[in-house]
Design a protein around this ligand. Structure first.
Ligand code: ATP
Ligand code: MG
Length: 389
């Protein structure tokens, strides 16, 4: 018995001339995630089919389903997969396998759904559906329900073969990581930035993480927490490089040399400058944050504009229109929430003002920055930034 995983995509199908590039990137990420989830040794080949990718397996047992599911749900670009039995494109053989595939399953109603992309198969899809449906009915006389059956037998006729599966596994959609270039993800230890990292990768961006810590005023445990979060939030990519930048000295200078309420904006502008220089060195094309409009005092439109002014590169905010509850729900779904809520000391909350400025203007902030050794602080942070992973 041989198995092939049929990998379906949505948006890539709409790509014109670039479709080949997206398909190659998708195949590449399928291979990478299979390796990460320790199932790559079961692959015979990964190849392009008609409007789908085929992972031909040399070895498959039902115990492997969960690992394959987890692996393929980390591949952005996939809409859904089916782990299918491969059958010679022959109707009698297909009937036999359909009956066999259901033999240990319990269900009250069923349906057969057929997709024929191979028009050389002599019988059209509705006909195949009817023939296979009645063969199943003979052995399993259950109700046929085309709309919401408990059991669906999916049959795909493509490339001169028939493929059959009963478990359609939904994946994440999006575009393969690596197709849209690199970005720097500003990663705090909170709930939001890991979720924004998810959405950045979902649209094909390759993440490079940057975290500012206030060691020795913040603990080693806080840094460990960010490392764990980075691994979780970056699991869709091949690698999860994390840069750790020391902010404490600069924060002290800012505390001493500027009005309290502007502190957060000044830290953030400094973070952006550091992020921009790092981006130039590692060829990243944008900066991603977990900001959502109006969520906290520093995230008013005015403050965002003032922060933005310190950045050459575009600052992308995937969560801009999200409610906090929506972000939390997503964090739970992608498995970052539990780590995000562990106690940690945030570099900014440590040196935070009691009443932050809600609407800092560029002019005000630039005036304050004239009194601060901005370039020197930036250089010092960059010199002492360490790369982990
Ligand atoms: P988060 O849950 O991501 O910490 P937040 O709601 O706490 O977000 P802020 O603390 O205002 O919001 O931070 C806004 C964004 O700024 C974060 O989502 C993150 O992208 C960036 N940021 C904040 N603190 C840091 C830090 N220490 N290192 C790197 N980026 C940071
Ligand atoms: Mg935060």
């Amino acid at each position: 018995m041989s198995y092939t995983i049929l990998c379906h995509y949505d948006e890539i199908a709409l790509k014109g001339k670039n479709k080949g590039m997206f398909e190659r990137a998708l195949m590449n990420m399928i291979g990478i995630q299979a390796k990460k989830h320790a199932v790559s040794n079961t692959i015979e080949t990964i190849k392009k089919g008609q409007g789908r990718i085929l992972i031909e397996l040399k070895d498959y047992t039902p115990e492997m389903e969960d690992s394959w599911k987890e692996a393929m749900q980390c591949v952005f670009g996939l809409a859904y997969i089916g782990i299918a039995r491969v059958i010679t494109a022959d109707i009698e053989e297909t009937k036999k396998v359909a009956v066999d595939i259901l033999k240990d399953k319990t269900f009250k109603s069923f349906r057969v759904m057929v997709k024929r992309s191979d028009k050389t198969f002599p019988i059209n899809s509705p006909e195949v559906g009817k023939i296979i449906g009645s063969a199943i009915y003979k052995h399993h006389p259950k109700k046929v329900d085309l709309k919401k059956a408990e059991m669906t037998v999916w049959i795909e006729l493509t490339g001169g073969q028939a493929y059959m599966y009963t478990n359609k596994i939904q994946c994440q959609g999006g575009l393969p990581v690596g197709t849209q270039g690199r970005v720097i993800i500003l990663m705090s230890g909170g709930i939001d930035s890991p979720v924004s990292a998810y959405y950045a990768q979902k649209r094909g961006l390759t993440p490079i993480f940057l975290h500012f810590h206030s060691y020795p005023y913040t603990t080693d445990a806080s840094i460990e927490k960010v490392k764990t979060l980075t691994k979780l939030a970056g699991k869709y990519a091949q690698h999860t490089p994390l840069y750790l930048a020391p902010l404490a000295d600069a924060q002290k200078k800012i505390m001493l040399g500027s009005p309290e309420r502007y502190r957060i904006i000044l830290y953030r502008r400094l973070m952006m400058r550091v992020a921009n220089t790092l981006a130039r060195n590692i060829k990243a094309k944008a900066i991603i944050t977990g900001e959502a409009l109006g969520q906290v005092a520093s995230q008013t439109l005015e403050n965002m504009t003032t922060i933005e002014e310190s950045s050459f590169l575009p600052i992308l905010r995937p969560l801009i229109g999200f409610d906090k509850k929506e972000i939390i729900d997503k964090a739970k779904e992608i498995g970052t929430f539990e780590t995000s809520i562990l106690p940690h000391d945030d570099c900014c909350s440590l040196f935070n003002p009691k009443r932050p400025e809600l609407r800092a203007t560029v002019e005000e902030v630039k005036k304050i920055e004239q009194e601060l050794p901005i370039d020197e602080m930036m250089k010092d942070i960059l010199d002492r930034t360490e790369k982990w992973n």
